[in-house]
Ligand binder design. Structure first.
Ligand code: NDP
Length: 387
C-alpha cells in the first residue's frame, strides 16, 4: 500500500468555504489541440469547489483510502522540521501544486528512499530537481493543459490592465476621486502595439490567438517554430530568440517553462534592450526574470509596467520588492488555480494515480520524467543542466 504525501496551500483565512459565487462550471468539451480533458473513473467532489487548499484535499481522500492507501495532507513545507520533510522520508508519492510548491531538491530526493512518483497538480515541474529525479528513476508528471487557458486569460487581463493603467484608475474610483487627468495620464490603447511572446506553447500561443482580435502586431520566439500556415493565419513574426524579439515589442509576455535555458533570461542586459515604456508580463516563473533588474527598469522608466503572478521563492517574503515596485500589477500565484482549473487538475491527478496503481501507462502528455530520462511533454519542452 502506498503513502501519498500531498502539499497544498492553506485554507482561506475565514475558513473553508460553505458556499460559492456560482452553482456550476461551464462544460469544456476538449482542449484546442484535440487533447481530451482529464478522465478519471470517478469524481468524489463537486466541480467548482475549492480543492487546492488543505481541506479540499484535491478530492482524493475517499478514493485513496478506499484502496487502502494512506493520504497525508499538509501546507507545512519549509525547512527540516516541516511536516513535509518529516513525512517525505517514507512517502511513495508526492503531490504538490506550483502555487505552493513543495520543493523536491536533490537533498530531499536523497532522503526520500521510497519516492517513485511526483505529481504536479497543475503545470510546471521546476520545483522538482529533474536531474536528480532522472538519476533516481522517479517518474515526474504534470496535468498538461489543465490550467493553460486559465493562465492565458490572466495574462491577457494583465496586459490590458497595464497598458490601460486599470489598477490605479480603479483605485481613484474606490477612493471617491474624479480627477480624469490623473486617471488617464499613463493610459494607452493596445491596438497597433507590437506584442511578443517568449514561447508559443499551450499558453503562449493561446495568448497570441486571443490577442489577434485586438488588431496588434504579433511576434514570438520558441525552440520549435510553428507551421508556416499558422504563422500566416495569425500574422506572427518569428524571432530566433528573445534577444532578437524584445527590442521590437511594446509588450512582452513570458510563457516558457523555467529550466536551465530560461533561468535569469530577463536580466539587466536584456531588459536594457527593450523599448522605453515597454510592458512585461510574466505568468511563467519568477526566476526567469532578475528580481532587482526588473525593479531598476521600472524605476528608470525602461519598463512602463510589470505584471505577473510568479515569484521566487514562493510564497514570496512580505518585503519582496515586486510587491511595492512602481507600476506593478502583481498577484500572488493564482492564475492557474481558478476554481475552474482546480476541478480539471484534481481530476487529472486522480487519473494519473489510477494509471499508476493499475499499472497502465500514464498519458504521454502528462509525463515530464520517466524511465530515467525526460519523457513526453518533458522531452519536448524542458532541458536539464546535463542536456
Ligand atoms: P507548454 O509545454 O505547452 O509550452 C511551453 C513552451 O515553451 C513550448 O512551446 C516550449 O518549446 C517553449 N520553450 C521552452 N524553452 C524555451 C526557450 N528557451 N525559449 C523559448 N521557448 C521555450 O506549456 P504551457 O504553455 O502550458 O505552460 C508554460 C509554462 O507556464 C509552464 O511551464 C509553467 O512554468 C507556466 N505556468 C504557469 C501557471 C501559473 O499559474 N502562473 C500555470 C501553468 C503554467 P518547445 O516545446 O517547442 O520546445
Amino acid at each position: 500500500m502506498a503513502k501519498v504525501l500531498c502539499v497544498l496551500y492553506e485554507d482561506p483565512i475565514t475558513g473553508y468555504p460553505r458556499s460559492y459565487a456560482r452553482d456550476d462550471l461551464p462544460v469544456i468539451e476538449g482542449y484546442p489541440d484535440g487533447q481530451t480533458l482529464p478522465s478519471p473513473k470517478a469524481q468524489d467532489f463537486t466541480s467548482g469547489h475549492l480543492l487546492g487548499s488543505v481541506s479540499g484535499e484535491l478530492g482524493l481522500r475517499a478514493f485513496l483510502e478506499g484502496l487502502g492507501h494512506t493520504l497525508v495532507v499538509t501546507s507545512d513545507k519549509e525547512g527540516p522540521d516541516s511536516v513535509f520533510e518529516r513525512e517525505l522520508v517514507d512517502a511513495d508519492i508526492v503531490i504538490s501544486q506550483p502555487f505552493w510548491p513543495a520543493y523536491l531538491t536533490k537533498e530531499r530526493i536523497a532522503k526520500a528512499a521510497n519516492l517513485k512518483l511526483a505529481i504536479t497538480a497543475g503545470i510546471g515541474s521546476d520545483h522538482v530537481d529533474l536531474a536528480a529525479a532522472i538519476d533516481r528513476g522517479i517518474t515526474v508528471t504534470e496535468i498538461t493543459y489543465s490550467n493553460s487557458n486559465s493562465v492565458v486569460e490572466h495574462a491577457v487581463m494583465m496586459i490590458l490592465a497595464l497598458v490601460r493603467d486599470y489598477i490605479p484608475a480603479h483605485k481613484i474610483a474606490v477612493e471617491g476621486g474624479w480627477n480624469i487627468a490623473d486617471a488617464v495620464s499613463r493610459s494607452y490603447d493596445l491596438e497597433g502595439m507590437h506584442v511578443g511572446s517568449v514561447a508559443a506553447g499551450r499558453i503562449g500561443f493561446g495568448i497570441l490567438r486571443r490577442l489577434k482580435a485586438f488588431d496588434v502586431h504579433l511576434h514570438y520566439t520558441d525552440r520549435h517554430r510553428l507551421p508556416a500556415s499558422v504563422e500566416k493565419e495569425y500574422g506572427l513574426t518569428y524571432h530566433p530568440d528573445a534577444a532578437d524579439m524584445v527590442p521590437h515589442c511594446d509588450v512582452v509576455t513570458i510563457n516558457a517553462p523555467l529550466h536551465p535555458e530560461t533561468e535569469g533570461l530577463f536580466d539587466k542586459k536584456l531588459l536594457d534592450t527593450m523599448k522605453r515604456g515597454a510592458y512585461l508580463v510574466n505568468t511563467a516563473r519568477g526566476a526567469i526574470c532578475d528580481r532587482d533588474a526588473v525593479v531598476e527598469a521600472l524605476e528608470s522608466g525602461r519598463l512602463a509596467g510589470y505584471a505577473g503572478d510568479v515569484w521566487a521563492p514562493q510564497p514570496a517574503p512580505a518585503d519582496h520588492p515586486w510587491r511595492t515596485m512602481p507600476h506593478n500589477g502583481m498577484t500572488t500565484h493564482i492564475s492557474g488555480s481558478s476554481l475552474s482549473a482546480q476541478t480539471r487538475y484534481a481530476n487529472g491527478t486522480r487519473e494519473i494515480l489510477e494509471s499508476w496503481f493499475d499499472g497502465t501507462p500514464i498519458r504521454d502528455e502528462y509525463l515530464i520524467v520517466d524511465g530515467g530520462k525526460l519523457a513526453g511533454t518533458g522531452a519536448h519542452s524542458y532541458s536539464t543542466a546535463e542536456s
